[in-house]
Unconditional design. Structure first.
Ligand SMILES: Cc1cc2nc3c(=O)[nH]c(=O)nc-3n(C[C@H](O)[C@H](O)[C@H](O)COP(=O)(O)OP(=O)(O)OC[C@H]3O[C@@H](n4cnc5c(N)ncnc54)[C@H](O)[C@@H]3O)c2cc1C
Ligand code: SF4
Ligand code: FES
Ligand code: FES
Lengths: 907, 326
């Protein structure tokens, strides 16, 4: 059939049943993305005869004779389409994976539709931005500042990938031409929550045309490990096998099939015959700890599980002071149990990897992960590969949020490549993201607080039960984290906490923005409002009275020496800013009518900027022959803006514009070692390494220049593009050649460690309206005040804040994973698991506290993670203020709300 | 997806002739292709209707409206006559799906879209609608979004469409062509209750082609609205929705048409509800009486009991908006 794509004629025949998305990608238009393959996300949006459609639901053969436009064809004659320009000016992206589709829809809208964006953008989801910068693009807002020499720190310089993102040239994991002999991998996942595999009959699967190999637990090295990515792997239990003969949750991978096409691999999976012996399963962590509950892991000591017989991977207990005394002193005591459920990350690019053996004889893995170096280590261990023979790297990663802090998609393709010698690709479907990947840990927090009449806290006690699912990856670290920040932010002489990370026959928890702190924050910040109400104290005053100050000791319930320090303190500014903003009356008015109730709420949060375990990174910075700079660093850019910030740090140290700085990151062959990009380390560790290397290089360059020109070192300084030695100006290109002539390398390597660690603070305030008839909630105004030290790039930080807030709104109001009685997720699609769309995202105000961190690079500290933490409790507090009812379980969905509301009762 | 043959129909006769055996018509494909990807639909052949001249929207001689089966949901929603005379239909269409989907989805395809019951869409689960006799995993399972009216012991799935609720309140007629010639069916008779045969959703026989939908002339002076309650502001099927058309004179409701979505196995109209409104003053109390009647035979399932109350509230709210009663 003939069709036009971006003005060029093509004659090609789609495979039967092929959708337009696949057809276009096969023709090389990689700007057409896949986020769901089901019409829900819009990442695949293209125009057919100028009208936007979801190409994943558009049969390819219907395109016959039609004119197709993809993002690559939107710019005409080298001129960007005005909408591309608007997205560029507003920097309306973070990971950029949704951007091509978003622009294709946006560019097609009439003026009338642009006035109704909530409706017009219904078909396009973005998980990163919270839609703030996308709204800006339509309003013609320019979010970029000029990139001037020496003025990098604190300037909203553009993302170095901006042009590539808005034109569809940015390359994500799958965006490479198909390799010769490429095989596709699919897995059969367990239909049972707990079962022993008795036999696997692969004969029919092997008979499917195109199927090349089938791998079962008998074909893989039987070595225990953990999928969790941490520098110190001993913090996670070694309780997992590559493929196992026991299934411990519905969705666990059982058999891998590789074939010439995805279709054949899928058919192969369907033809497998697996005989299971079904074992009793347990889904509730409290039940799992009871005597007689089914035991998930019989650890004979190799897995280091604390109480395998009780399904307890880890228990933590601690008390400072005496809560018994504290409660005895209290004038009021409040206690209740709060349930914080799972949340899936829904990074728009699913997990995926391609493995191959190259002509150099080595193995290569191109992947979408937050820690390529640790993945390499795990792969070497599992397959017995020499480190020199394996190369793991990322290109652009389409979002992570902690979901890619596990090794989940790399191992099986590599296994298949080793066994077949052919390149192998594995791409998780959206459904697999919901059934076979990780989620935020569901946690139940029982909280008890006591205070004096004036609001002074006398005791804080809690019991935290975390459901780690079938495996313990991240179960222990999230538990420890949840027992720290949310309790340490308030000074109180008596604190006690008991925590349990418990195995159940459900899918695993993983790392997720907040890393175990969001769930208890929901409990303690709600409880604090209840206690304030009992005492008739204003909730903000209650917080002011009890929150830690700059000179207070940060103390949770776990005693012991800690390297946590307060490199800067801005919590007071955050609270003031939120209070002022709420009092200003800004935002939307309450909708008209007596059925709408209105209320406000606030919540605070504190986060450790770097995990307590080992964390390290390194960076190499070099002067380029043309007088610019190049740095390498092992950290991953997952849409967090990290490389932009790193560019800015080099530019600031060197006194040049950011655009003069090039880089390479996240590549085990080409960049220094890095523990991984998670746990708020991005700024604190790898960027610190970049700063250290830059400073060292600057000193080296100045020393060399002084020597060559015979000037005193203290009279030399860097100027944009040159070294000034006294009055003498030596262009950097010249400096480079001079150094080369003398055999001097103008290149420095430095490392950084995640110690000591600092803390970041934030406060969130919200005013909302609730419809007492329908339970509908509308956010009228919301503000997040963040203390992130020196704000390296205000636009990017604002984007991280708004993105985190909107993810928090999703968790608070609409995201819910539902399991059936057999332990299977019944809503594994974006249609039934609802992340916020444009219409669900309010305009969020952002306030930056004015602080300088002594520990972070150039005074900056972490930001992206705890932006999410205070959102749900503040919304819960506002709901309570509006309705008088306390909701203790997330999400606050309409039916739960109106079911509890008094007032209007029809009939 | 399995492989299948593909035929492009150039004329209606062509389409009818090709429609033999295990084949499916393809309009926008937003339901069909989606279900084929999930292996829920596995037709041996596809007949593409998109070249047929059935996309027209025009006035009928009696002052009503003709909407071709291939008219795109986006074109109908923005059609000036629809916006002016049948705003409820426009509201219903715009409340559903997305710009991209509405550009593809057709009027006929929307009439025939399938349920969103999660078990129907999962080829591994028991579902009488998908494989008759296999059972119904939704009964006692995840049925939060399923029906409380019109259910049977075999199926409790909702008709998920917004359009069809509006068309029901507007008393549309569906025009069909098939091997037995042409037929016109009031929309109230078009959908079947699941009963013992949930796999049969409409009166269509195999090979029947929907050619158009017609609407009677707009009721003069009527107030109308479409209210849709759902779990988030955007892109979501209704938990409960109400399409109402009410004419008031001197504070009294002369004529009322009410259809409900999201709570029943087909777009739901109950004449007793309308009778309870007509001749009554437009007040919240009377609306509540009608809502009570509407839900009097409701059969809540394990997880959707909240819908009884939600549907009442939805109807009262819609009537208040349509009649401007606060
Ligand atoms: C992500 C997503 C969100 C959605 N949200 C909503 C929503 O909020 N509200 C809502 O109401 N809908 C929603 N929909 C459903 C959408 O409106 C329907 O899929 C669409 O209307 C179907 O029209 P189509 O032309 O694409 O049908 P097709 O998929 O082409 O066909 C559907 C069925 O009708 C048959 N058919 C089509 N035309 C004819 C004809 N002329 N004669 C006989 N048989 C025919 C086909 O054989 C097929 O069985 C959503 C869909 C998706 C994918
Ligand atoms: S409700 Fe109907 S569609 Fe859903 S599982 Fe039961 S039979 Fe199938
Ligand atoms: S990939 Fe097509 S809509 Fe998500
Ligand atoms: S920028 Fe939108 S999904 Fe990442």
């Amino acid at each position: 059939m003939n069709l036009q794509v971006n003005g060029k004629s093509f004659a090609a025949t789609p495979a039967p049943g092929e959708c337009l998305r696949v057809f276009l990608r096969d023709l090389g238009w990689f700007g057409v993305k896949k986020g769901c393959d089901a019409g829900d996300c819009g990442a695949c949006t293209v125009w057919v005869n100028e009208k936007p459609v979801h190409s994943c639901l558009y049969p390819a053969f219907r395109a016959e004779g039609k004119e197709i436009t993809t993002i690559e064809g939107l710019a005409k004659g080298g001129e960007l389409h005005p909408m591309q320009r608007a997205f560029l000016d507003a920097q309306s992206f973070q990971c950029g994976y949704c951007t091509a589709g978003m622009i294709m829809t946006a560019a097609s809208l009439s003026d009338e539709q642009k006035n109704d964006l909530p409706r017009a953008l219904k078909g396009n989801l973005c998980r990163c931005t919270g839609y703030g910068s996308i709204r800006d693009a339509f309003a013609g807002v320019k979010n970029v500042a000029p990139d001037v020499a020496g003025g990098s720190r604190g300037a909203s310089v553009p993302n170095p990938f901006a042009e590539a993102i808005v034109t569809g040239r940015a390359r994500y994991t799958s965006d490479i031409p198909p390799m010769d002999g490429l095989l596709h991998l699919k897995v059969l996942r367990s239909p049972h929550a707990h079962a022993k595999i008795l036999s696997i009959d692969r004969s029919e699967a092997m008979a499917v045309p195109g199927v090349v190999e089938v791998f079962t637990w008998e074909d893989v090295p039987r070595r225990l490990y953990s999928t969790a990515i941490h520098e110190d792997n001993r913090v996670d239990p070694d309780d997992t096998y590559l493929l196992d003969n026991v299934a411990r949750f519905v969705g666990q991978r059982i058999v891998a099939v590789v074939a010439d096409t995805e279709g054949a691999a899928e058919e192969g999976c369907r033809r497998l015959k697996v005989e299971y012996e079904i074992l009793p399963a347990v889904f509730d962590p409290e039940e799992a700890m009871e005597p007689g509950a089914p035991v998930l892991h019989d650890d004979d000591g190799d897995s280091h599980i604390l109480h395998p017989e009780k399904n307890v991977f880890l228990e933590l207990h601690g008390e400072v002071g005496s809560v018994a005394d504290g409660f005895a002193e209290a004038d009021a005591i409040y206690e209740d149990t709060y349930n914080a459920p799972r949340q899936q990350h829904v990074h728009l690019e699913t997990m995926q990897s391609i493995a191959w053996r190259a002509e150099d004889g080595r193995l290569h893995v191109r992947t979408s992960v937050q820690g390529p170096f640790i993945v390499k280590g795990k792969l070497c261990y599992l397959f017995g590969i020499m480190p020199a023979d394996l190369h793991v790297f990322t290109e652009r990663v389409g979002g992570g949020f902690g979901g890619k802090q596990d090794m989940m998609s790399e191992d099986l393709p590599l296994l298949a490549t080793i066994k077949t010698g052919r390149p192998v690709k594995w791409e998780f479907t959206r459904e697999e993201q919901f059934t076979g990947a990780t989620t935020r840990h569901p946690m139940k927090t029982h909280v008890k607080l006591g205070a004096k009449k004036d609001g002074t806290l006398t005791a804080m006690q809690f019991r935290l039960v975390s459901n780690t699912g079938a495996y313990g990856n991240h179960g222990g670290e999230t538990l420890a984290n949840g027992m720290s920040g949310p309790w340490a932010i308030y000074k109180c002489p008596n604190k006690k906490g008991d925590g349990y990370a418990v195995y159940t026959n459900l899918q695993c928890g993983g790392g997720f923005r907040g890393y175990g702190t969001g769930q208890p924050t929901f409990a303690v910040e709600s409880a604090l409002d209840e206690l304030a109400a009992l005492l008739n104290v204003d909730p903000i005053e209650m917080r002011r009275k009890n929150m830690i100050g700059p000179d207070d000791k940060m103390e949770s319930v776990l005693e012991g020496a800690s390297d946590l320090t307060m490199g800067s303190y801005g919590l007071d500014q955050c609270v003031d800013a939120v209070e002022k903003a709420l009092a200003s009356g800004r935002g939307l008015p309450k909708p008209e009518g007596v059925d709408w109730l209105e209320g406000s709420g606030v919540a605070l949060s504190m986060l450790d900027c770097v995990p307590p375990t080992e964390q390290r990174s390194g960076s190499e910075v070099a002067l380029r022959p043309d007088g610019g700079y190049h740095f390498t660093v092992g950290s991953v850019e997952i849409g967090n803006g990290l490389v932009t910030a790193q560019q800015q740090v080099v530019a600031q140290v060197m006194g040049c514009p950011s655009a003069r700085v090039t880089f390479l990151n996240a590549d085990t062959d080409e960049t220094p070692y890095d523990s991984g990009t998670f746990a708020s380390v991005g700024m604190m560790v790898p960027t610190k390494a970049v700063e250290n290397a830059s400073v060292a290089l600057r000193e080296k360059m100045l020393a060399f220049a002084a020597r060559t020109t015979g000037t005193k070192p203290e009279e030399c300084r860097l100027d944009d593009g040159a070294v000034m030695c006294g009055d003498q100006r030596m262009p950097l290109a010249e400096l480079h050649s001079a150094a080369k002539r003398e055999g001097e390398e103008l290149l420095c390597f430095r490392k950084a460690y995640g110690s000591p660690r600092t803390v970041a603070f934030m406060a969130y305030g919200v005013r909302l309206a609730v419809h007492r008839v329908t339970g509908e909630i509308r956010i009228l105004f919301n503000v997040e005040a963040v203390d992130t030290g020196v704000v390296m790039n205000p636009n990017q930080v604002r984007g991280q804040v708004i993105g985190g807030v909107v993810q928090g709104i999703g968790w608070a109001l609409q995201e819910k994973m539902v399991y059936n009685a057999a332990g299977a997720v019944v809503n594994p699609t974006l249609r039934n698991y609802r992340i916020p769309a444009f219409a669900d995202a309010p305009v969020t105000e952002v306030f930056f506290a004015d602080t300088y961190d002594d520990i972070g690079p150039l005074g900056a500290k972490s930001i992206a993670e705890n932006t999410i933490n205070p959102v749900a409790p503040a919304i819960g507090n506002a709901l309570k203020a509006a309705t008088g009812v306390r909701f203790t379980t997330l999400p606050f969905s309409e039916d739960r709300i109106f079911a509890k509301l008094q007032g209007f009762e029809p009939a | 997806m399995n492989s299948f043959t593909f035929t492009r129909a150039r004329t209606i006769a062509d389409a009818l002739r090709s429609a033999r055996g295990d084949v499916k018509f393809l309009a926008g494909g937003t339901t069909l292709v989606d279900l084929m990807k999930l292996d829920v639909e596995r037709p041996a052949g596809i007949i593409d209707l998109n070249a047929l001249p059935l996309a027209e929207v025009r006035r009928t001689p009696d002052g009503g409206l003709h909407i071709g089966a291939l008219a795109r949901n986006s074109d109908v929603a923005h059609h000036p006559d629809v916006v002016r005379d049948y705003p409820l239909l426009s509201q219903a269409l715009l409340s559903g799906a997305s710009v991209q989907l509405r550009n593809m989805a057709s009027t006929g395809g929307n009439l025939l879209q399938r349920t969103r019951c999660v078990y129907f869409r999962d080829a591994a689960m028991a579902c009488n609608k998908r494989s008759p006799g296999s059972g119904c995993a939704a009964i006692g399972g995840f049925n939060r979004n399923l029906a409380i009216l019109g259910t049977s012991a075999h199926c409790i799935a909702t008709n998920p469409s917004d359009q069809n609720v509006a068309l029901t309140a507007l008393e549309a007629t569906v025009h069909v062509t098939g091997s037995n010639g042409e037929r016109s069916v009031p929309i109230g008779d078009f959908y079947l209750l699941p009963g013992q045969t949930p796999e049969r959703e409409t009166i269509l026989e195999p090979g029947d082609l929907v050619t158009s939908v017609t609407l009677p002339p707009p009721a003069p002076g009527a107030g109308s609205t479409y209210v849709k309650l759902r779990d988030r502001a955007s892109f979501e099927f209704a938990l409960a929705s109400a399409a109402v058309v009410v004419t008031i004179k001197g504070g009294v409701m002369q004529r009322a048409r009410v259809a409900m979505g999201g709570i029943a196995t087909k777009p739901w109209r109950n004449l007793d509800v309308e009778a309870a409104l007509e001749g009554q003053p437009a007040t919240r109390e009377r609306f509540a009486d009608a809502a009570q009647i509407l839900l009097s035979d409701a059969k809540p399932q394990s997880r959707n009991g909240f819908k009884v109350e939600l549907a009442k509230r939805c109807l009262v709210h819609a009537l208040s908006v349509a009649t401007a009663v606060t």
